[in-house]
Design a binder for this molecule. Structure first.
Ligand code: SF4
Ligand code: SF4
Length: 77
């Protein structure tokens, strides 16, 4: 059996940097990810993406996102 892989996922129906940080548009979850695998590739005021293959499953981003837009996800593949 493959080892279980856990990673963070963003719900883009909820995620909105215009709401969570209307003054600067910076994603708080990206700031706290010590592994630097969540990034606003398109710039501030744009939703971030998570490089799930490199996510360490620490869930710091989940705690940091005040809109509750990030969830943990597990897979066996
Ligand atoms: S993931 Fe959370 S903190 Fe980051 S931009 Fe989306 S809503 Fe804001
Ligand atoms: S779970 Fe941890 S490593 Fe993965 S994106 Fe969130 S803060 Fe980064």
């Amino acid at each position: 059996m493959q080892p279980k892989k856990s990673f963070a996922m963003i719900n883009y129906e909820i995620c909105n940097p215009l709401i969570c940080n209307p003054s600067e548009g910076v994603c708080a979850a990206a700031l706290v990810c010590s592994h630097k695998v969540i990034k606003q590739l398109d710039g501030v005021f744009q939703s971030p993406i998570i490089f799930q293959d490199m996510c360490m499953g620490c869930w710091d981003c989940i705690e940091a996102c005040q809109l509750d837009a990030i969830r943990n996800f597990s897979t066996n593949t």
